[in-house]
Design a binder for this molecule. Structure first.
Ligand code: ADP
Ligand code: NA
Length: 331
């Protein structure tokens, strides 16, 4: 039975609705406040659970975050290995201006508290990592997963430092998930290899400048020597959909974003929703089986549909749809 371990962040997000983002020395009043559970680790774990996957979240919160754990449990995430630390729970203070701009203060808090490394990851079959916890912890989980034959998925968000990226053991990662900005940043940091990227696919890929830039970035990344052509790359493109480059397939795959029923309400967490659904679908594949183009395309369609529903609704974690809602729309 497939089981995913998410080693990642858990936050309390506080949203303040302001006319303008407050300036130095100024006091402004907020017309509303919302407090929600968040953090990339927690969001992605919830997405896996909602997509029907078995998931364990490993992280840390403070006493002030116990309600967050209750929520995660309700969504079906196993939180038995979340530690209650001395520090307060990681916290994001988010100002939302009328213009739509935002400004965020992030306190890492308990996300950076020490955790004991697990002696073994069994019965884990999949490991999912982001970058909102100490980088050393990410590396130790990754190395353990590698030695135990566990499939690792990495969403390097927010981007690690230049030194961290250049020394990163890419050979221990099976799937890399980035958005457009992250793809180009990563390529810039690692240095564009002197190779001809694959020809842009004839089928489906709209040849807009921004899509071709993202395509060229991941095509170059996939040929980068440090990737040893073994890393599957998924690049989400916001409202343009998603691109996938799998070394085992001769053609890149492009899937456009889902058709929305309503308007875009809140894109927060869309990437996390996409990631969780992708991992849940990968967990359903028989281990060791090679992915064909048709299966991969179908998986991406499920993911863009899930993320599409997510952007129609307010919030991040709470707006991730259940598997049944996603499949209703696909039919
Ligand atoms: P991130 O939030 O990590 O930057 P993206 O913005 O690329 O990620 O969004 C992730 C996925 O969410 C996209 O691949 C797409 O399927 C979906 N999505 C995002 N924005 C929209 C939108 N405006 N309309 C429809 N789908 C969207
Ligand atoms: Na949302």
């Amino acid at each position: 039975m497939a089981r995913c371990l998410v080693r990642g962040s858990i936050n309390i997000d506080e949203f303040f609705h302001v006319r303008d983002i407050v300036r130095a020395g100024e006091t402004t009043s907020s017309s509303g406040i919302e407090t929600r559970a968040g953090g990339k680790g927690a969001n992605q774990a919830v997405a896996i659970a909602k997509a029907g996957g078995q998931v364990d979240l490993v992280g840390a919160i403070g006493e002030d975050g116990r309600w967050v754990l209750d929520q995660l449990k309700k969504f079906g995430v196993n939180v038995d290995d979340v530690r209650i630390a001395e520090e307060s729970t990681g916290r994001a203070i988010i100002q939302l201006a009328e213009s739509g701009e935002n400004s965020i203060i992030l306190f890492k808090g308990a996300n950076y508290a020490g955790l004991d490394s697990p002696p073994t990851l069994k019965p884990t079959s999949h490991l999912l990592l982001q970058n909102e916890i100490p980088f050393a912890s990410t590396l130790s989980y990754l190395s353990l997963a590698h030695s135990e034959g566990i499939l690792a998925i990495f969403n390097p968000s927010p981007m690690p430092t230049t030194d961290e990226l250049r020394t990163f053991p890419w050979d221990q990662v099976s799937w890399l998930l980035v958005n457009e900005g992250e793809a180009t940043d990563l390529l810039k940091t690692l240095g564009a290899p002197n190779v001809t990227p694959f020809e842009a696919p004839e089928n489906g890929l709209p040849k807009t400048p921004s899509l071709l830039t993202s395509y060229s970035a991941i095509a170059r990344l996939s040929r980068h020597s440090s990737f040893s052509q073994s890393v599957n790359i998924i690049c989400t493109l916001g409202s343009a959909g998603v691109l996938a480059l799998l070394p085992s397939l001769s053609q890149p795959i492009y899937v456009p974003a889902a058709k929305l029923l309503g308007q875009v309400t809140d894109t927060t967490g869309a990437g996390d929703c996409f990631t969780g659904y992708l991992v849940a679908e990968l967990m359903k594949l028989p281990s060791g089986s090679a992915l064909d183009e048709e299966t991969m395309t179908q998986i991406l369609k499920i993911c863009v549909q899930a993320a599409g529903i997510c952007v129609e609704r307010k919030g991040a974690m709470g707006s991730i749809p259940a598997r049944s809602e996603v499949f209703e729309r696909l039919h």
